[in-house]
Design a protein around this ligand. Structure first.
Ligand code: SF4
Ligand code: SF4
Ligand code: SF4
Length: 408
């Protein structure tokens, strides 16, 4: 049996016995590894690593000299949080109307698909698109906006990396299995089907001939895609959702371009992040203690100053690009990686796993653990792929689950 098979078997056993796992207590006296505390991280270096908000001035100064720009904001497969996050610019949101004609913003304005289709190609200065591409409507709209726009910004983790919608790529049977689960297996819908469609469950149709004409619904794709897997993207603004500091840098780039003709950053730039990892901006003291047990924050009294990994809490900080000023770890919650990987890393989940693996006591100088012990510990992670790829499944090399020949 391979390592992975044994890990998978153990994981399954552990999930079915999750309550027993929770009762275990963390060993608080695990020793620092030979490398001891992180020498390069100091209060000054952490302060210097923080992302400061861009200075937009009190308010944007009326209309740009060459007239208002056209701005479109669109949501594809997302939760709406990215749209709401734009309100984090506070009162400046009111002055964005001075800078731009908002030609589309489904959550807040009335621009329709046909309005956009009627515009000349390239007549929208900036389209800010959040959400992943999960169905034919998403695909049509992002292609249309690309055609009409000079600049396209991939906004938020769903657009940039697939986000939580792309976790559905782990369903081997694709959209059919997804719809079957949602409409036939979830208790509320299963009860509804049993009560109202006895023996003949009804699933959403993508086309219906009504007396007034044919009604259609978007068709789901088997595989959720990131925005740049469907259209050419100019800039990336990560986060679930992007935070105020990050958004301010995007707005400043657009405002400087519109008001002063300042050149935009090079195409492909990720805006509103720093060149370092989240660990560099996290104030917690890192001692590189060896992991002998994995716990969740609610299972222990979390030390407010010590690195969460040192306390056995899985934190994706080492594999995540800095941009949020360590919002979660400052309040005792591990980073789940919503800002995505650093530029040096393609595979955020694997990178996080590597960082964790390096903390097991398996090195020659402090070998106290064998493979079985590690599998036992790792098996207490109830949903490893969901944990390590919570935001980046759409960009991962794993891509998706498939059904092999023979149906296994
Ligand atoms: S990135 Fe997060 S906040 Fe934005 S749409 Fe996706 S799930 Fe929602
Ligand atoms: S708590 Fe997380 S982000 Fe902070 S230093 Fe530890 S691993 Fe890095
Ligand atoms: S700490 Fe991690 S999960 Fe939390 S906001 Fe920052 S990048 Fe996202």
């Amino acid at each position: 049996m391979s390592f992975f098979d044994r890990f998978r078997k153990k994981s399954t056993e552990t999930v079915s016995n999750a309550s027993a796992a929770v009762k275990k207590e963390v060993k608080k006296d695990s020793k620092p590894a030979a490398s001891a505390t992180c020498p390069s991280k100091t209060a000054d270096s952490v302060a210097a690593a923080q992302l400061k908000p861009a200075d937009l001035g009190d308010l944007l100064p009326g209309a740009p000299p060459n007239g208002k720009i056209n701005l479109a904001i669109y949501w594809a497969a997302g939760c709406g949080g990215c749209d709401v996050s734009l309100l984090d610019v506070n009162e400046r949101i009111l002055t964005i109307g001075d800078m731009a004609n908002i030609v589309m913003w489904p959550i807040a304005a009335d621009g329709k698909e046909q309005d956009i289709a009627a515009m000349a190609d390239g007549s929208i200065t900036v389209s800010i698109i959040n959400g992943a591409v999960r169905n034919t409507e998403n695909e049509h709209m992002v292609k249309l906006l690309r055609k009409k726009s000079v600049i396209v910004v991939s906004y938020g983790s769903c657009a940039c990396f697939g986000g939580s919608p792309a976790l559905a790529n782990l369903i081997p049977g694709g959209k059919d299995e997804l719809l079957d689960y949602a409409y036939n297996k979830v208790p509320s819908t299963a009860n509804f089907q049993a009560d109202y469609h006895k023996g003949k469950p009804v699933l959403p149709k993508t086309e219906f001939k009504a007396p007034e004409g044919v009604l259609t619904l978007p068709v789901l794709f088997d595989t959720v895609k990131t925005l740049d897997q469907v259209i050419d993207v100019d800039y990336y603004v990560p986060g679930c959702p992007p935070l105020q500091e990050t958004i301010s840098h995007m707005l400043k780039a657009v405002a400087d371009f519109a008001y002063k003709g300042v050149a935009l950053p090079p195409k492909g730039t990720t805006i509103g992040v720093v060149a370092k990892t989240l660990c560099d901006m996290c104030p917690r003291r890192k001692e590189y203690r060896r992991i002998t047990k994995i716990v969740e924050p609610h299972e222990i009294d979390v030390d407010p100053d010590l690195c969460l990994m040192d306390q056995g809490i899985l934190c994706l900080g080492p594999a995540t690009v800095g941009g949020c000023n360590a919002r979660c770890t400052r309040v005792g919650q591990p980073c789940r990686g919503c800002y995505g990987p650093t530029v040096a890393v393609q595979e955020q989940g694997a990178s996080a796993l590597t960082a964790i693996a390096s903390l097991f006591p398996v090195l020659e100088e402090d070998a106290t653990m064998g493979e079985d012990s590690i599998i036992d510990i790792m098996s207490t992670i109830k949903d490893p792929l969901g944990y390590f790829y919570a935001y980046t499944m759409g960009k991962s090399l794993i891509k998706r689950s498939v059904v092999e020949k023979g149906g296994k």
